[in-house]
Write a protein that binds this ligand. Structure first.
Ligand SMILES: NC(=O)c1ccc[n+]([C@@H]2O[C@H](COP(=O)([O-])OP(=O)(O)OC[C@H]3O[C@@H](n4cnc5c(N)ncnc54)[C@H](O)[C@@H]3O)[C@@H](O)[C@H]2O)c1
Length: 409
């Protein structure tokens, strides 16, 4: 038996709808309009985004555009060729400026280290390209503001890849909060814990370890990990008005891969901060790369007057929910397995009970970006939204330096 009783019609209805859409409404692949993509950077994010572009029309058949993997850009011709063959890109470029000059590129996707985002994004906007940029938006808010100005002056479609918004369980959290189910929010708590830089012999800088080099990354865990937590928090719980923070760099010097010399480490290895939200709630955030045993433990918990929710990246398809209105005999934390067709995004995937994972968040962002272009709406988070996160990151770093509360400018 597939069903477990009266829930059947609802549980399967959305999937049946999706199937019908496939047969009735969907344009044949050949009728889809091409959206020519040029991706810059073929590392971790180059792969996740390429996968997103390749998969999107298979699972979001109502879209009218099909991303075409027109060009992949990087600095090493050999590596590029291999990547282009594996992911089926039509061409390669070894200079991003050349990519921007090409008439056959509609959208530029920036998957390079943080210190290159601003220069590429501003030039891409000025060249009239749509711009999709990896997070954090910039090295600091001054650079970020210039990017926002350039994007808005050019009037081009844009988005920043804060992809955790597009985990179905996180989108469900947004829906529950917006419906008022939590009531007044008192607390927002988030962690992002890793352990991969504990080894003091690990060098900094260069292709593989640019995250440890402040000149390439801008900051350590604050811009790399907390930026995700802050973006999600602002989306779910509104603006952050002030922060007080502490940071620590546990390993003070590391050999630099580019100079070969032992150099001072300029990034924050760990950061914890308290904040006040505009809605009166209190926030507590922690991130580190020194939490032995944790690889990517992103969690958040939100406590409201009527209900609480919590989420854990390691179990990303579940949202935990506590509703004080439940009968006291059965009241308690329960887990919502976010796989039914009426859950955000899930009507486009498999059948109830079968979950999806990390890579799907990028498919969702591509789908939302294309849908936004087609409807003329912005695709959130936009560059302007991501600038807000950048300002909070900067206030956190400034507060850690001076030991004082900082207002968000
Ligand atoms: N959204 C997320 O969850 C997420 C996860 C990881 C990384 N990121 C962000 O994505 C960006 C890239 O991170 P990554 O993990 O993919 O890094 P990576 O080191 O795996 O890849 C970076 C790529 O950029 C290329 N590159 C560097 N400078 C270049 C230049 N001048 N021209 C062309 N190519 C250049 C490198 O050769 C490499 O292919 C960073 O901004 C990072 O913060 C976001």
């Amino acid at each position: 038996m597939l069903t477990d009783g009266p829930e059947f019609p609802q549980r399967y209805f959305v999937h049946i709808q999706s199937l019908l859409r496939l047969f009735l409404k969907v344009p044949a692949m050949s009728n889809l309009k091409p959206l020519n993509i040029g991706v810059i950077g073929y590392g971790f994010m180059g792969r996740t985004h390429s996968n997103g572009y390749k998969r999107v029309n298979d699972f979001f058949p109502a879209l009218q555009h099909r991303p075409i993997l027109k060009a992949i850009c990087g600095r090493s011709e050999d590596q590029l060729r291999k990547f282009a063959d594996q992911w089926q890109y039509e061409s390669t470029e070894t200079d991003w400026r050349r990519l921007l000059e090409r008439k056959d590129i509609d959208a530029v996707d920036i998957c390079t280290p943080n210190n290159s985002h601003a220069e590429i994004a501003i030039a891409a906007a000025q060249a009239g390209k749509m711009v999709l940029c990896e997070k954090p938006l910039a090295m600091d808010p001054i650079e970020g503001q210039k990017m926002v100005d350039a994007i808005e002056a050019a009037g081009v479609a844009n988005t920043v890849w804060y992809n955790y918004r597009r985990v179905p369980a996180v989108s469900l959290a947004k829906k529950l909060i917006d419906e008022g189910r939590l009531g007044r929010i008192f607390h927002y708590r988030a962690n992002f814990l890793q352990d991969w830089t504990i080894n003091a012999d690990l060098p900094q800088g260069g292709t593989a370890l640019w995250r440890l080099d402040a000149a390439a990354a801008g900051s350590g865990v604050t811009g790399d990990l907390l930026a995700h937590c802050i973006d999600t928090a602002i989306w779910l719980n509104g603006s952050i008005s002030s922060v007080t923070a502490m940071t620590e760099t546990f390993v003070k010097e590391r050999k630099h891969n580019l100079t070969g010399k032992v150099e001072k480490v300029g990034i924050d290895d760990a950061c914890a901060f308290l904040c006040r939200f505009g809605n009166g709630s209190l926030g507590l955030f922690e991130s580190t790369r020194y939490a032995r045993g944790h690889k990517a433990l992103y969690t958040f918990e939100i406590n409201g007057e009527k209900a609480s929710i919590r989420w854990d990246l390691h179990d990303l398809h579940r949202l935990e929910y506590f509703d004080h209105a439940d009968n006291s005999l059965v009241r308690g934390w329960h887990q919502v397995h976010c796989t039914d067709g009426d859950m955000p995004y899930m009507g486009n995937w498999w059948v109830p009970g079968l979950q999806i994972g990390y890579e799907h968040t990028f498919v969702h962002q591509v789908a939302d970006f294309i849908a936004a272009i087609e409807s003329g709406r912005p695709c959130n988070p936009t560059f302007r939204d991501a600038l807000e996160t950048q300002k909070v990151c900067q206030a956190v770093l400034d507060s850690a330096k001076c030991g004082l509360w900082k207002e968000i400018a």
